[in-house]
Every structure is written in C-alpha cells, then in structure tokens.
Design a protein around this ligand. Structure first.
Ligand SMILES: N[C@@H](CCC(=O)N[C@@H](CS)C(=O)NCC(=O)O)C(=O)O
Length: 275
C-alpha cells in the first residue's frame, strides 16, 4: 500500500496579494490547508490527473481512501463521503476538498488547482484556454474508456468483447490520431513557449494531464500509439519533458504512483490494439 499522506515538498508560499488577485473572491484565501483527495484506492483512474497536479504544485494532500481503514481510509470511507449531504453532492470520484470547499469533476478540480498552485495562465483568456484543453482531454479519456466498455460500464469487458473490438478499431484508426494530432498542432502553434507547452509560457495542469493521457495510451495501445505518434514529435518531447520535472519524476518513482492495471481507464487488452 502506498503512503497516503503526502507533502510532495514544501508547498510554495503564495504571497497574500497574489492569492487575492488570483482567487477573484470564489476560492477561500487559505494557503496552508491540506487538500483531501477522494478516489478509488486501487487504480490510477481519473484521480491520477489530480495527483499529478498536486505533486507538481508541491501541495500537501491526503489520499483519503488509501489510508488504512483504522485511520479513516478505505473504500467504505470513500462511499460514506460520497453519500454525505454536500450541496451539490458529487456524482462520482475524484472529489477534492480544501477546508469547506468540495469540488468534483476532474476538469473542475484542475481549474481550482491551476489557480491555487500556479499551474495555469493567470490571464482570463489563458485560463479559459487551459480549461478548454482540459475538457478536450476529458473527452479523449472517456473515448479511451469506451474502447473496453462500449456497451455499458456496469457490464464486464468479457460481456462486450465483440463491440469493444469494433469500437477500439475506430479509436485506434481515427479518434486517437485525430485527438493526438490536435494536441500536436496546439503545441506547434503555442509560440509563447516555443512549442514546449500547450498554453502560455509555462507548464499547466493541461500539460500534466496530456502527459498522463500519453502514458495511458502508450500502455493500452502500444502498437497504435507508436504508429500514431510517429508524426507527433512535440507530443513525445512533452511526454519526456513532464516526466523529467523533478517533482513529477520523484512522484513517478514513488510507491504513490500505482502501475496501470486492467481495472482503470487505460487497459491493455492486446486484442484491442492494432495488428
Ligand atoms: N466526468 C467525471 C467522470 C467521473 C467518473 O466517471 N468517475 C468514475 C471513476 S474514474 C466513477 O467512479 N464513476 C462512477 C459512476 O459513473 O457511476 C470526471 O471527469 O470526474
């Protein structure tokens, strides 16, 4: 079991004025609170997009469901939290809390973390562009998931193998190339970072999420991924660039980073990859 309470490194202190300017009144002006992440404990899943941002941002956080049960963790704790009377109640994990603030939907959580951890452009247009990319990544993640569960999430893969094959064939032939060439083009056109990052001059939550998507697709469809990214040098460079960032590299080498597995979004079923 990986360590559940983590302070990646000392959290960067936000000067008060910066906090006030960036929070625009809707994020509580707290700088020292510990974030709590609620997500299924045994897989990376969508929780991983949140973890990567927390780690790169140097935030202190508790991965609640990965705590031992006698310390308030485990799946029961997660289910109890999801059943609590938040307003509005979160529909599904991941959920992130900060003090009284409860935020669900991965892209929404990353909007918050982008602001608070300085992982998004500060100007309004840049922040919106970052969020737009995040939502497009969410679309790609859903389509990657649907390759192995095209009929129903509640059915086993084994009960929808034929449909999965049809869906995965279209995904590897058309959808994955379309999405990846879009992100390659986005990098190419971002002159603010000379093509190094998706938006603005520095890395953002969207770059961290794109890194995770590339890792996941390379795991799930090794042959399709290699073929598609043959034309995407900037994507491959971004994947390396993010992996080499000191905090990300430390996280990837730690026991907090679970390996991909066949319970998550990105699953390796060789029959779904290209021939
Ligand atoms: N759009 C949501 C999707 C959340 C989601 O599908 N969570 C999965 C785990 S990755 C889950 O537990 N879903 C339960 C359900 O949909 O009933 C997000 O991006 O956070």
């Amino acid at each position: 079991m990986s360590k559940a309470i983590h302070s990646a490194t000392a959290a960067p202190k936000e000067p008060q004025a910066v906090t006030a300017r960036r929070s625009r009144g809707w994020v509580p002006a707290m700088t020292s609170d510990t974030y709590k992440l609620y997500y299924w404990p045994m897989l990376q899943g969508r929780g991983e997009f949140v973890r990567l941002a927390l780690e790169e941002g140097g935030a202190a956080y508790v991965d609640v469901a990965r705590l031992p049960e006698d310390k308030g963790g485990g799946i029961e704790a997660l289910l109890a939290f999801l059943g609590a009377q938040e307003q509005p109640p979160p529909f599904a994990p991941p959920v992130l809390t900060l003090g009284d603030l409860v935020v669900a939907q991965t892209a929404n959580i990353l909007l918050l973390l982008g602001r608070r951890l300085h992982l998004a452009p500060e100007d309004e247009a840049g922040e919106l562009a970052c969020h737009q990319l995040q939502l497009t990544l969410a679309d790609l993640v859903s389509e990657a998931h649907d390759t192995h569960h095209p009929v129903a999430s509640g059915l086993y893969y084994e009960d929808q193998k034929a449909e999965a094959k049809t869906r995965a064939k279209d995904f590897t032939a058309r959808r994955m190339p379309k999405f990846l060439s879009y992100f390659e083009r986005t990098l190419e056109h971002n002159s603010a970072s000379a093509g190094a990052y998706l938006v603005g001059s520095d890395r953002s939550v969207a770059d961290l999420s794109l890194f995770q998507v590339l890792e996941g697709l390379a795991y799930a469809f090794p042959r399709g991924f290699e073929q598609t990214t043959g034309d995407c040098p900037r994507l491959l460079a971004l994947r390396r660039r993010i992996a080499e960032r000191p905090r990300v590299a430390a996280y990837l080498a730690s026991s907090r980073r679970l390996p991909f597995n066949e319970d998550g979004i990105f699953r390796r079923y060789p029959e779904l990859d290209i021939g």
